[in-house]
Design a protein around this ligand. Structure first.
Ligand code: KE4
Length: 442
């Protein structure tokens, strides 16, 4: 999302400012991923030296309570000892072989038993969410012999060309490039529809009979802020894709393993044909996967004609981190605690915004949440864009100055980890009370 950079400086500190100046000389924007540059909230980003539990520690010696969680992977908090030890042990036996290992099979088995769409199915490991969704869409096209795909406006599925599409002039008209460098042909088969609008999807199927290969959707939108599916939306997509012979793909890169043991598909009881996973799955190391229906997955090379490959796919360290993460999840069953701590945070923020009469529409599913600076409701990206992003930037700066590290964009989520205890939540709420008071007085 392109957003303006507010004029006032961010309260970053000298050492981080020096490091950012150096970074800007050799990295575009000083970063290895655009959102980290803090352009939507202004000022220089703090540089992180280390992290532990729910806290990150900056190069300037600041200690911050972290709700970015590496954009989702840190479900168990940072540097979880069992995950770290598993990675160290694996590293001692070699970093990568580019060959078969038993651990890859074990991880695949553990995923297939918990994610509904993977049961009796197969999966293929890759190294990022982008790789997972790009591969799943190529597979859907190869399996169906069709070319068109449908995605939601404001849905983010990584940066593969075909997915960087802006909505066409009409709901059923094909997309146009949403960024430079994407040829028109790359998105000419991409239809972009409003999220939470099943009729728009139906219009696409009516306008393009027997040409749509797949619908890809975040079952809980997390890249326009947190926008839950409306009642029946996901089931409607399931029914429409089945009726039209199209593949339903749930992009659970963010929601998978986070909102429930089996992901959003378990939570809402809707099973897609294919699922994309990443983030929590790698426990903080580069990891992704796509998988599902055995007949569809049997179209993937070397079984079938859909080619996809990766040097570090299923590498021992990422697999070790993933296995350790699943072991901790299965032993501790963290979801009830995640729910209660996340509810404490979300309810507390809403109460304080109301007390200070700040227009705030809070959304949450499990341990992913956000607050839109508007009265709401927010059901799609057009609604989300009605938020006061300048007030969000002031909120972000105020919270950071009080030791709370939030995603530097109105259109991202906050993530609660198992390491966020009540004390951390209450510290966050106390900071929020002060910042809301500041905003009210501004
Ligand atoms: P990666 O290629 O960044 O591993 O995953 C892409 C992706 C796919 N699907 C969903 C639902 C995602 O949220 C993402 C990546 N999420 C963003 C933040 N919302 C990553 C942060 C960044 O781009 O730096």
């Amino acid at each position: 999302m392109s957003e303006t950079t507010p004029t006032t400086d961010h309260p970053a500190d000298d050492r981080s400012r020096e490091l950012f100046a150096a970074a800007n000389r050799v990295l575009p924007g000083g970063v290895n991923s655009p959102v980290r540059a803090f352009r939507a909230v202004g000022g220089d980003p703090p540089f992180i030296r280390r992290a532990s539990g729910c806290r990150i520690y900056t190069e300037d010696g600041a200690e911050l309570i972290d709700y970015v969680a590496s954009w989702g992977p840190a479900l168990l908090g940072h540097a979880h000892p069992e995950v770290v030890e598993a990675v160290i042990a694996a590293a001692r036996d070699g970093l990568s072989f580019g060959a078969c290992t038993a651990a890859e099979t074990e991880l695949a088995e553990r995923l297939c038993e918990r994610v509904p769409s993977l049961r009796d199915g197969m999966l293929r490991m890759v190294s990022s969410g982008t790789e997972a969704t790009m591969s799943a869409l190529r597979l859907a096209r190869g399996f169906t012999g069709r070319d068109l795909i449908i995605k939601a406006d404001g849905g983010y599925h990584g940066h593969a060309d075909m997915l960087l599409a802006a909505a066409g002039s009409g709901v059923a008209t094909l997309g146009t490039p949403d960024c430079a460098g994407v040829p028109a042909d790359a998105v000419n088969d991409t239809l972009v529809v409003p999220y939470n609008d099943p009729d728009a999807v139906a219009a696409c199927f009516a306008a393009h009979p027997a040409r749509i290969a797949a619908v890809i959707v975040e079952p809980i939108a997390g890249n326009m802020g947190c926008v839950p599916p409306r009642e029946g939306y996901l089931q409607n997509l399931r029914d429409q894709t089945r009726a039209h012979g199209a593949v339903l793909i749930f992009d659970e890169v963010m929601t998978g393993l986070r909102v429930a043991r089996g992901g959003a598909q378990e939570l809402y009881g809707v099973t897609p044909d294919l699922t994309c996973l990443a983030k929590v799955l790698g426990g903080g190391l580069p990891m992704g996967a796509y998988g599902g229906d055995r007949a569809i997955m049997s179209t993937v090379a070397p079984l079938g004609p859909v080619y996809q490959a990766g040097t570090l796919s299923g590498n021992p360290l990422s697999v070790a981190a993933g296995l350790a993460t699943l072991r901790v999840i299965d032993r501790d069953n963290p979801y009830d605690a995640l729910e209660s701590h996340s509810a404490r945070l979300a309810d507390g923020l809403r109460e304080r915004a109301e007390h200070h009469q700040i227009p705030w529409f809070g959304t949450r599913v499990g341990s992913m949440a956000c607050g839109f600076f508007q009265a709401g409701p927010v059901h799609d990206f057009a609604d989300a864009r009605g938020s006061d992003t300048e007030r969000f930037a002031q909120w972000h700066r105020g919270m950071l100055a009080r030791g709370i590290y939030l995603a530097p964009s109105q259109f991202e989520c906050a993530f609660v980890s198992t390491a966020h205890d009540e004390a951390a939540i209450d510290t966050t709420l106390a900071a929020a009370d002060e910042v809301f008071a500041e905003l009210a007085g501004a």
